[in-house]
Design a binder for this molecule. Structure first.
Ligand code: FES
Length: 265
């Protein structure tokens, strides 16, 4: 995997504290999958040394051609603050697409997606990719949650044909009041579900995994980790798994998507 230069196509606020950035498509991205991520050097001057990981929000298409990629990020520190100041036409160095992807089996008929806070990007990408799928997906329910309505990003993009959207906020400022997992439990008890795919804060993912496990439902989660290299070299992103001799996996090369029931929560 080599570093490539990409050009900023757009960089706009998506919600308070959140930005959505479009980048030109570079080699290897036209087949990028939901769950994969990029490592970006956040300065336009070749600094800092370490790149930051960002999950792909989706692909930009013109006619049948992939012309760009999108990421969504929250401004939480120096790197993302620097990124938020980028202008159209700026040049950034990136590596990717990296990592694995969500896998929805062909025989999956009832799919549930769960996105919490900044966990939206891979879930939005996955929802969009389900539209292109030729298999017979009967039902797809998307649960999106945040602390307040300000944490609900890209909500309208889940308004897709054949999808049901269920929104929760901790403070009740939009949608159901309470944690997204409460709505998820009700839905899983109401009817058969083949697969749950989720991305969000660790506490939410742990709860989603437990809820699915109690009901014998397959569950894939995309997890976040501190990443310095993104390519398996620094060993800084280890995560514990429960069922094989090699007790640790690396989020950057073995993930970021894992079978939730194999992780040692
Ligand atoms: Fe370096 Fe995963 S980020 S090994």
């Amino acid at each position: 995997m080599i570093a490539q230069d990409t050009i900023v196509l757009s960089n706009q606020p998506a919600a308070p504290g959140y930005f959505r950035m479009g980048l030109t498509c570079v080699t290897g991205f036209d087949t990028a999958k939901p769950g994969q991520f990029i490592m970006v050097r956040t300065g336009t001057d070749g600094t800092p040394l370490l790149r930051r990981p960002f999950s792909l929000l989706g692909l930009i298409r013109e006619a049948d051609r992939v012309t760009g990629i999108e990421i969504l990020y929250r401004v939480v520190g120096k790197g993302t603050e620097r990124l938020s100041r980028c202008r159209d036409g700026d040049r950034l160095s990136l590596i990717g697409p990296l990592g694995n992807a969500f896998i929805v089996p062909e025989d999956c008929r009832q799919l549930v997606l769960v996105a919490g806070g900044i966990g939206v990007p891979p879930i939005r990408f996955l929802a969009q990719s389900m539209l292109e799928r030729e298999g017979d997906l009967h039902r797809c329910v998307v649960f999106v949650g945040g602390r307040t309505k300000d944490d609900l990003v890209c909500l309208t993009e889940f308004d897709l044909p054949g999808f049901l959207l269920d929104v929760s906020t901790d403070d009740g400022s939009q949608g159901n009041q309470g944690m997204v997992t409460r709505s998820l439990e009700k839905a899983l008890d109401a009817g058969p579900v083949d697969l749950v795919c989720a991305c969000g804060p660790p506490g939410m993912l742990k709860a989603v995994s437990a809820i699915a496990r109690e009901r014998g439902i397959a569950c894939q989660v995309s997890i976040e980790a501190m990443m310095a290299c993104g390519m398996g070299a620094c060993l800084g992103c280890a995560v514990k798994v429960r069922d094989d001799s090699q007790h640790y996996r690396h989020v950057c090369v073995d993930g970021p998507v894992f079978d939730a029931h194999r992780l040692a929560w």
